[in-house]
Write a new protein. Sequence first.
Length: 447
Amino acid sequence: MPGHRRKIVPAAWRRVLWPLGALAWLAAVPMQAAQAGVTFRLDRLQAGPGETVRVEAMFFNDGTAMATWDAPSELILQWRDGAGHVVRTPARLDGDQAALQVPVGQFSRASWSAVVPAEAQGLQAIAIEGEPVLLALDTTPAEKGTIVGTRAVGPIVDPAAPAGSGLRVPDQSVLAGVSGLAAGQASGSTATEGPAPAEALASDDSAILSRFRSALSPYEPVYFSLGLRPDLNARFQISLKFRLFQPDNAQESGFFNNLYLGYTQTSLWDLGGESAPFRDSSYRPAVFWLSERAWESADRRKALGLESGFEHESNGREGDTSRAINSLYARPMLSYRFDDGSTVSFGPKIKYYLSREGNPDIADYRGHVDYQVRWAKPDGLMLSALARKGYEKGSVQLDMAYPLRKLGLGNLNGFLHVQYFNGYGETLLDYNRRARSQLRIGLMIVR
């Protein structure tokens, strides 16, 4: 866009915060700033006259102090009819209007709904009045639309070639050199034909994989850390959750959209022992309802979340060494965000034991509540404490994580992890035994 261009969200952050597939972003080309740190996009590729589209915006605070974002209650959209005349329509804010306080390094979202006017025809470059933005939308009244549903037939032309050279890209290897894509990365494309944008939304292998990835997310921390008491040992944890029902858009918050399957495995590995056996493992499948922001204040500093469901925990053994617990639980989660973007949260996990096979007195050692406090700064230090208190017995676990790349280790992924454990029941097998306090250091992948 010509003229003065204001600040935009850095490309690295856009890759993290928004899907950056070329087809998903076709609806927001070119993506530019509306004001400091604001970007716009449309929620769809195609919509005919009379249909409703949503203009989505993200405000990112990349400054050095708390920023206030007052999302307007209405945007004015500019369309073009068949004769090129301007048609102006309103887009109204979804939800209540509020001045949002956005800490440094954090972001906030808003959306406005608009109806495609009857005069709109063909491919529209929609302008938002007062903003240097053009949003692309195919308004052809068809199932997929003429533009987004038609494959591109024709050779690939290199616009950088000298005029009149007639250079054509003959095969995929040259295609990779011209576009910077690996050969075959653009699904369904060849040297003489390219896929339609809507094909990215079809139920092909790529779309199925993308849908699966969007439903899969981290649950509890994932790490691998080493300790030396009494001998070399390792403790590692793997944890994931899977969303059972995928909402049509990110703003839907119905009951079924918050149902999850979860799986967490925590293992203690005696690396210093003969044949390096596993001391014990805890397997925890669960089904639960989770909303991390069931309520939040108008300035989005304070929030209340809730997790509740059924969890099975066992060590997968038989006979005298078998341990198993079935429980119902509820975990309210209170959080507060400070001016510097750091967040402190408190989430007590309240449990009711349905069965306790092999460990009927486990409540004497673990109690009925896991008390957890966590403080974390975006892309910075994280500290957490987990305490359990039974009948005169209990345990405490402290964790610290810090980005490895901030320790002068190049672009190394992950976090330096330091963990301290003291008390009863570090493993399910030893729920009623107190081991020596343990300090471990290692790698945390998800914190």
